[in-house]
Design a protein around this ligand. Structure first.
Ligand SMILES: [Zn+2]
Ligand SMILES: [Zn+2]
Length: 454
């Protein structure tokens, strides 16, 4: 991180500082009272934004740009680590060097070529060859061609003996899919009661170990610490990542992921990331931002989503915005001390979006501007109980799946309907961003499925 990023005010400190200012101006009672009378999420964000403006608490905008000098610096640090046989550190520095290099530059080519040497050492020949191809595509200097061609030929020969992939095989899907809930087993259903709200119940007896759901998230976000070694779009572990052509953060496993992310959300997010990451904006707020951006094509039809899906006649779909929108936000149960910090985070994000992102300014203008605020705030509230951690999962010595490392978070419309229990009868594990839920106890017909939200 640069000094500029380290010195940037954190989003939680913005809230603390706002409270301090209100307190020293003897405004706490008055402002809390006014805040509690606001009726919509958009009003709460606007109201808080006006306070941040009044007390000059909006953050300084950070622009972290491609920079060949920094790329060279990271490449040299990579070379030092590689000489010391610290392969992982070398790999990390070369990836950083790749993300900082300007497009089509010799810097970019040299960083790819050097990373290919680490991958060669690690016997990851497929990834090594991908990096070599990318080096040649980006003006790799003629004087060095021969060396790289030799590595390419050797890697090709050895590719057949490549170490097996880190990923283990994904278990096959559901035995019998549910017609009303395509991601779930036919043995479960969604019910609604006054006491429990919507919840999931066994229609027929479920045996121990049986799969009850396989769900992909509506959106998923990658944690900042994993930007170099995971795809920003599909969250796959990847050692031959390619960089976003504009920012120094997002890296991808493929051009397809790069283009998809760009179209759906990254064209707006890309210029915001430097400031949002430096402010330590939480993964839940980043996921809420992602949803508010991705949902834009539904802005005109939100009214029809305000009932709930599932439990009724319609099909309950994980990839449908309606299902995500209808997840419980519990706004009426939340007091100002819960809503005020969320409104502060939302106001900060909206400010950063306005200041940094031209495509955001153009496309989220007019009436869409207030809808964006509304959804950003709404999904921060649904996040707490409805988003799940995404973990990298591996098999332990006895062949059981264990979640090893948190890499991100996602919005799961169906898994969110499971209520929490400290003594659950269902357990979750991840395959990429997909979550598989299985019974860990026998669940008789009519019994509720319960998950530990840990
Ligand atoms: Zn990907
Ligand atoms: Zn970018």
């Amino acid at each position: 991180m640069s000094d500029e990023e380290n010195n940037c005010i954190k989003v939680n400190d913005v809230f603390e500082e706002l409270c301090r200012q209100l307190s020293s101006n003897d405004q706490v009672g008055d402002i809390s009272q006014k805040f509690s009378t606001l009726n919509t999420n958009a009003e709460r964000v606007k109201f808080t934004g006006d306070l941040l403006e009044k007390y000059a608490l909006y953050p300084k905008i950070i622009h972290e740009k491609k920079d060949d000098e920094l790329s060279v610096k990271y490449r040299q640090e990579g070379n030092d680590a590689f000489k010391r046989k610290q392969d992982h550190a070398a790999w990390m520095f070369y990836s950083k060097s790749i993300s900082f290099a300007t497009s089509n530059s010799e810097c970019l080519a040299l960083a790819y070529a050097n990373r290919s040497a680490v991958l060669y050492e690690k016997k990851m020949y497929k990834q090594c060859l991908e990096d070599i191809t990318n080096a040649f595509k980006n003006n790799y200097p003629k004087r060095l061609h021969e060396k790289l061609i030799q590595r390419e030929e050797k890697a090709r020969e050895l590719q057949s003996s490549e170490a097996t992939d880190k990923y283990f095989e994904r278990p096959s899907g559901l035995k019998e899919a549910n017609r009303e809930i395509p991601c779930a087993s036919a043995k479960v259903e969604i019910r609604r009661t006054k006491a429990l709200g919507r919840h999931v119940v066994a229609k027929r007896r479920i045996k121990i170990g049986e799969m009850v759901a396989v769900e992909r998230p509506f959106v998923s976000v990658l944690l900042k610490d994993h930007l170099r070694d995971h795809c920003y779009s599909c969250l796959t572990l990847c050692y031959s990542t390619i960089p976003c052509e504009r920012c120094v953060y997002a890296m991808f496993c493929s051009r397809t992921c790069q283009q998809q992310a760009w179209e759906q959300h990254h064209k707006y997010e890309c210029p915001m990331l430097a400031t949002l990451y430096a402010m330590d904006v939480s993964k839940m707020t980043l996921a809420a931002l992602r949803i508010a951006l991705v949902a834009r094509k539904h802005y005109g039809e939100l009214d029809k989503y305000n009932g709930d899906h599932g439990g009724g006649g319609g099909v309950y779909r994980s990839q449908s915005y309606g299902e995500i929108h209808a997840l419980e936000a519990n706004t009426h149960l939340r007091n100002s001390s819960d809503l005020f910090p969320k409104a502060t985070a939302a106001a900060v994000v909206r400010y950063v979006a306005d200041k940094t992102s031209p495509s955001f300014r153009t496309e989220f203008a007019g009436a869409d501007s207030a809808i964006f605020d509304e959804l950003l705030m709404h999904h921060q509230q649904t996040a707490a109980t409805n988003f799940h951690e995404i973990n990298e999962c591996a098999e332990d010595e006895e062949g059981r799946y264990v979640n090893t490392l948190e890499i991100g978070a996602g919005a799961y419309a169906f898994l969110s309907l499971f209520n929490h229990s400290c003594s659950p009868n269902v357990v979750r594990h991840c395959h990429g961003t997909e979550i598989i839920a299985r019974a860990i106890k026998e669940i008789p017909a009519g019994v509720e499925l319960l998950d530990n939200y840990g």
